[in-house]
Design a protein around this ligand. Structure first.
Ligand code: GAR
Length: 199
């Protein structure tokens, strides 16, 4: 059984998609052992608790500096001995020591077709605002391994989504989530749990 820790910052619809996929048998050989957020008020924490999954907030606001926060976050992560760390809408830059320790075992969902609209400053709604401003006709989502860069790690899965003429960033975000993110993130976890075409 792959021990999965999910890191979240907000609403947690991707976390919900993972939990639903486990319930539906679309992800096998994996269990969520812990959900961690940098944000005490993240609704994602409630989604986890409703499912009986351990959910913890480690907020930078509670620490004197970034180094102490990073240390506490890593300690919390280590506690449940995860095999895989899933960044599901986690909007914190990972400390290098965490990337080093869990190299090859951290994946992230990004709401565009990398290498478009990714990197520093591209997160959440900003990604869709940039896609609409550029006038692309196709966007999508990407699941990739996390390395020391921002959105630069090896790509596992991508799915394209059409942009419609009257899209607002919010409408496009919802379509990308429904048609791409909520499908490819659970699929990637199942691939890793069952060693299907990934290391
Ligand atoms: C998702 O769209 C995810 O792709 C994005 O944040 C949203 C979180 O939604 N992540 C990034 O932009 C990372 N760079 P959720 O909390 O409802 O899953």
């Amino acid at each position: 059984m792959l021990r999965v820790c999910v890191c979240v910052s907000g609403g947690g619809t991707n976390l919900q998609a993972i939990m639903d996929a486990i319930d539906a048998g679309k992800i096998t050989n994996a269990e969520i052992v812990q959900v961690i957020s940098n944000n005490k008020n993240a609704y994602a924490l409630e989604r986890a608790r409703n499912k009986g999954i351990a959910a913890t907030a480690v907020s930078p606001k509670d620490f004197a500096d970034r180094a102490l926060f990073n240390e506490a976050f890593l300690a919390c992560l280590d506690e449940t001995k995860p095999d895989l760390i899933v960044l599901a809408g986690f909007l914190v830059v990972l400390p290098p020591m965490m990337i080093e320790k869990y190299e090859g075992r951290i994946i992230n969902i990004h709401p565009s077709l990398i290498p478009s609209f990714c990197g520093k400053g591209f997160y959440g709604l900003k990604v869709h605002e940039a896609a609409l401003a550029r006038g692309v006709k196709i966007t999508g989502a990407t699941v990739h391994y996390v390395d020391a860069g921002t959105d630069t790690g090896p790509i596992i899965l991508q799915k394209a989504v059409e942009v419609q003429p009257d899209d607002t960033p919010e409408i496009l975000q919802k379509r990308v989530m429904e048609q791409a993110e909520w499908q490819i993130l659970p699929q990637a976890i199942d691939m890793i749990a069952n060693k299907k075409g990934v290391s």
